[in-house]
Design a protein around this ligand. Structure first.
Ligand code: NAD
Ligand code: TYD
Length: 365
């Protein structure tokens, strides 16, 4: 019989980012008694605009600050009597980890350590059943899978290859070390690629939608035959709620969508959706904008998670199918007017496009 924890006062880190803001929205709607303290440094990837449509904003308190600030984290845990930490805050983009790895070590490794150590101090003497540290991680810690390799199950050896994946792997190891050494009640989820509303348009799906609408090239790295597993962000949020409420302390759960198109197939599907949604566009057929560009260094070929454990133990499985989820995501970005324009037209984003794409060859944006 699985014991159910009742969530009360939750610290969400990175709750102004893509998945974190969707999680805040999801949790407020799903659990009417929960209050949330949302700690976010508002890096380029975070914005209070991502939290503009919360269902019950009075139960959400935003704190602008850094997870590496130990005094601030100590204060928040004590003042709000936090019983659950859901840790999303991270530098999250592989390409940025190639051009600037230092921030990834600082936030993903040092930041996770800071939170763990603060939780250990704050929860000393507490009933371990009453508190929980949930760490949100990625399938990228397992490295690149051969085309015929079986899906990866929990407990497989780590083999990270990008600075991003290595920093997330390091943080996962620290979380497990705090459980083993100090008895901190932790859970970890390793999740596949998320998509949905509020994703920063540096990532594959929103970048292709944004460029497609503007008639700009759709830069596909290398041959485009790399494979990712795609999960709707709302399914990820539901999995995390299931894990923090009913997951075994110390356990790791894999979370994936069971959708594995090649990048080229996925971009083709987005182009078809844009063709259908924008019948008067001069850029139809949008697939004509697809441009193969120089590959990402060390580009992982394939990820694939075995998600049997979370289904068997917690009854979680994804509810969104890829066709419906992608169509809804395209519609969301088509209607995202001011939100999108603020990012797209910012100097910071333009600088990123130049830094990442200028040397990739003809046709890069
Ligand atoms: P994101 O880049 O959209 O958001 C990250 C958020 O963290 C931002 O709001 C940013 O301001 C905040 N942040 C960054 N550094 C911080 C710091 N030092 N202190 C406080 N806040 C800070 O990322 P995302 O895509 O929402 O990913 C969230 C988490 O999920 C990450 O841990 C990531 O590794 C993991 N994950 C993401 C995916 C995916 O497909 N996006 C898949 C699996 C796992
Ligand atoms: P991305 O969204 O950056 O996520 P991740 O690297 O964490 O999987 O990229 C998804 C896939 O799309 C990945 O194989 C790299 C590829 N990609 C492109 O082909 N072109 C692009 O412009 C971007 C951003 C990604």
């Amino acid at each position: 019989m699985v014991k159910i924890r009742v969530l009360q006062r939750v610290l969400v880190t990175g709750g102004a980012g893509f998945i974190g803001s969707n999680f805040v929205r999801h949790l407020l709607a799903a659990r009417p008694a929960v209050t949330i303290v949302d700690l976010d440094a508002l890096t380029y990837a975070g914005s209070r605009e991502n939290l503009r449509d919360l269902p019950d904003p009075d139960r959400h308190q935003f704190v602008h600050g850094d997870i590496t600030d130990r005094a601030l984290v100590d204060r928040l845990l004590a003042e709000h009597a936090i019983d659950t930490i859901v840790h999303f805050a991270a530098e999250s983009h592989v390409d940025r980890s190639i051009t600037g790895p230092g921030a990834f070590v600082q936030t993903n490794v040092v930041g996770t350590f800071t939170l763990l150590d603060a939780a250990r101090a704050a929860w000393r003497g507490r009933d371990p059943g009453g508190v929980r540290f949930h760490h949100v991680s990625t399938d990228e810690v397992y490295g690149s899978l051969a085309p015929d390799a079986a899906p990866v199950a929990e407990g497989a050896a780590y083999a990270p290859r990008s600075p991003y994946a290595a920093s997330k792997a390091a943080s996962d190891h620290l979380v497990r070390a705090y459980a083993t050494t100090y008895g901190l009640p932790v859970t970890i989820s390793n999740c596949s690629n998320n998509y949905g509303p509020y994703q920063f348009p540096e990532k594959l799906i929103p970048l292709m939608i944004v460029n497609g609408v503007l008639g700009k090239p759709l830069p596909v790295y290398g041959d485009g035959l790399q494979v990712r597993d795609w999960l709707h962000v709302d399914d990820h949020c539901a999995a995390i709620v299931a894990i923090v409420e009913r997951g075994r302390p110390g356990a790791t759960y894999h979370v994936g969508g069971g959708n594995q198109p090649t990048n080229l197939e996925l971009v083709g599907r987005l182009c078809a959706l844009l063709d259908a949604r924008l019948p008067a566009s001069p850029h139809r057929p949008h697939a004509g904008l697809i441009t193969h560009v120089v590959d990402r260094p060390g580009h992982d070929r394939r990820y694939d998670l075995d998600c049997g454990l979370i289904e068997r133990e917690l009854g979680w499985r994804p509810r969104h199918d890829l066709a419906t989820g992608l169509a809804a995501t395209v519609d969301w970005y088509l209607a995202a007017g001011a939100w999108l324009a603020a990012i797209r037209d910012s100097d910071d984003f333009r600088r990123w496009l130049t830094l990442n794409y200028a040397d990739r060859g003809a046709g890069a944006p």
